[in-house]
Ligand binder design. Structure first.
Ligand code: TMP
Length: 252
């Protein structure tokens, strides 16, 4: 189905194909799941369909509050049309509750609320295991300008405020999440927009009452019921309509 098109880039969970017109790409969501820099791998049937749909929903809602992003429209179960951007080689992580690598690094109990939201930057390079970096590294190595860092901080906090509320409304705590940004050019001027995906692969989402994990930690930590949990996130967000087919049939 997608093989006729020119592949631009293949990542661990997604493929980018040439789009139908200049300045666009098609983002294809795979069922592949990886963790710990691809040391752990599996195919989770239906994950791509769920993440395509969940990311569409979140990007559309963010667009609605003026957070510009690369999403244009969903094309089918696994693909979305996106704007081509010049990706900033950073993973921007925002945390509200101690978990994962932050809990490990500073010896904090998982689940402890942080005194305030914390944003961290990681340099996107699998060979180096995505090392954490500071604003000094980012500007010295020209990955982004000081203005772009300020924009990323402000945008990520807006995304955090909005998504924390959105998830709280459906009984989910947004523990932390990762976003990526890309540059779009208008003549000599560029601006940053949100890119990549926002899905249970890139967020920690805990049921507010039980603290049950509804995200990729179920895969990372072998907790089982990964697809069921992603489906539950989609259901609570009210985007379940076409989901049952996915779970039962392994839809392409
Ligand atoms: P961490 O606690 O492992 O640093 O992860 C922080 C957040 O970033 C968590 O929501 C998962 C997400 N994340 C990604 O999206 N991709 C990655 O490669 C990693 C390591 C984390």
């Amino acid at each position: 189905m997608s093989s006729r098109r020119k592949k631009i880039y293949e990542g661990k969970a997604k493929i980018l194909y040439e789009g139908p017109e200049p300045g666009t790409l098609i983002q294809y969501f795979k069922d592949d799941a990886t963790a710990f820099n691809a040391q752990k791998k599996a195919v989770l049937e239906g994950k791509g369909v769920l993440n395509n749909r969940i990311s569409e929903y979140i990007m559309t809602r963010l667009n609605g509050i003026g957070v510009q992003n690369h999403f244009i429209r969903r094309l089918n179960l696994r693909e979305q049309l996106i704007k081509e951007v010049e990706i900033i080689p950073l993973e921007v992580v925002c945390r509200n509750v101690a978990a994962g690598s932050l809990a490990t690094r500073f010896g904090l109990p998982e689940g402890q609320a942080l005194p305030r939201s914390i944003i961290e930057f990681y340099y996107k390079d699998d060979k180096l295991n995505d090392p954490m970096c500071t604003e000094e590294h980012i500007t010295a190595f020209n990955w982004a300008s000081t203005q772009e860092i300020d924009d990323m901080l402000a945008l990520t906090l807006r995304v955090n405020d909005f998504l924390s509320g959105l998830f709280a409304g459906v009984g989910i705590t947004l523990v932390d999440f990762k976003v990526e940004y890309g540059r779009v050019w208008d003549g000599d001027f560029s601006k940053l927009i949100l890119a990549d995906e926002i899905s249970p692969d890139s967020c920690r989402l805990w049921d507010t009452v039980s603290n049950e994990k509804l995200d990729k930690d179920r895969f990372r930590r072998d907790l089982g019921n990964v697809i069921e949990s992603y489906t539950e996130v989609a259901r609570r967000l009210g985007i379940m309509k076409e989901m049952p087919t996915v779970i039962q049939g392994g839809v392409q």
